[in-house]
Design a protein around this ligand. Structure first.
Ligand SMILES: NC(=O)c1ccc[n+]([C@@H]2O[C@H](COP(=O)([O-])OP(=O)(O)OC[C@H]3O[C@@H](n4cnc5c(N)ncnc54)[C@H](O)[C@@H]3O)[C@@H](O)[C@H]2O)c1
Length: 317
């Protein structure tokens, strides 16, 4: 299969690119390196089946040209940081919604009919049902990130209806593992390297979250696109467990052999738009036969071990 992967230099996009190449697919990677890391593509660049296109998704003509000959689009490029939305109120709209429309237009013009899209569990906003199913009633958006992804999902669905496309929409919990460059383990480890005696925690540490290991996430995506039959296939991707932020801090500190003094900013959430409880019902993707291999604790520990081997990454974001 000839694939286009947007965000190919990112945490998830580069891991997916490596997996697609290992499976024998031809991959064109598209990235503007705003948060992507060139070193994540070192293996791919040695593979003759891989072509890198440096470009920005907001440059519609560039995406259209890069997509020529593709049969399947994996659209992962985005502003992936939910936390800072209110500091730049239109960034999510441009990077996540308009960029997605540019991808869809490039597909329409090139006759590409299949897309996988990295959405997020944040689209459920302040969910009222746990574990939250894909058909949770009318989620109310609480973050600009979640709102921009929900809008992008809507455009994808409308393009499927209007232009005969097929979509696979994945609503991820937070992903952990090798090449991780943003998220709570990153923030905590960065702090502990700088000042091992004190750890500042946003909120009260009792936020409950679910996480998924990167290779399990890629397995789920590939299982779903192989087996999903509907015009629009929407899957939550996560584990059937969650932990408190404090649990994760305990595992990180134990792994590092540190006992910092904890300083909580207070309140039941870390930032505006943070959801104090994220726990998704993943029975739909499990029904396709997908089974995750790592639990949350193992994912957190692998992430800490990875970051310890790559301290230079901490200074890049
Ligand atoms: N990591 C998670 O926990 C998580 C959770 C839920 C959803 N997601 C979604 O998964 C996708 C991948 O996330 P990630 O963690 O790998 O993030 P990442 O920041 O590591 O990767 C995003 C990649 O997209 C590229 N990019 C960003 N804007 C671009 C643009 N305008 N044009 C071209 N390239 C651009 C970046 O340079 C980077 O390589 C995102 O869509 C994100 O919203 C991630």
């Amino acid at each position: 299969m000839r694939c286009l992967v947007t965000g190919c230099a990112g945490f998830i996009g580069s891991t997916l690119t490596d997996r697609l190449l290992a499976l024998g697919h031809e991959v064109t990677g598209f990235d503007n390196f705003s948060t992507g890391q060139r070193e994540f593509l070192s293996g791919a660049l040695d593979n003759t089946q891989f072509t890198l296109v440096e470009g920005d998704l907001l440059d519609a003509g560039r995406v259209e040209t890069a997509m020529q000959g593709a049969e399947f689009v994996f659209h992962l490029a985005a502003n992936a940081d939910v936390r800072f939305g209110t500091e730049h109120p239109t960034k999510d709209l441009h990077q996540n919604t308009i960029a997605t429309v540019n991808v869809l237009e490039a597909m329409r013009k090139n006759g590409v009919l299949r897309i996988a899209f990295s959405s997020t569990g944040s689209v459920y906003g302040e969910a009222r049902v746990f574990p939250t199913p894909e058909n949770a009633p009318s989620p109310v958006q609480t973050s600009l990130y979640g709102a921009s992804k929900m809008a992008a999902e809507g455009f994808i669905e409308a393009y499927c209806e209007g232009f005969g496309m097929q979509a696979f929409i994945f609503r991820f919990v937070s992903i952990l593992g090798e090449r991780y460059t943003h998220g709570h383990v990153f923030d905590f480890y960065k702090q502990l390297r700088a000042h091992p005696d004190v750890l500042n925690v946003l909120g009260n540490g009792k936020q409950r979250k679910s996480y998924l290991y990167i290779q399990d996430c890629i397995d789920a995506i590939l299982t779903a696109i192989e087996k999903g039959q509907s015009k629009v296939n929407i899957f939550n991707l996560g584990l059937d467990e969650y932990c408190e932020v404090n649990d994760s801090i305990g595992w990180i500190c134990e792994e590092l052999g540190m006992k910092p003094e904890m300083q909580y900013s207070g309140g039941d959430r870390g930032w505006i738009g943070d959801n104090p409880f994220i726990f998704l019902d993943c029975s739909a993707v499990r029904a396709l036969g997908w089974r995750p291999k790592l639990n949350i604790k193992e994912g957190v520990l692998r992430t800490v071990r990875y970051l310890r081997q790559r301290p230079e990454l901490l200074d890049r974001r």
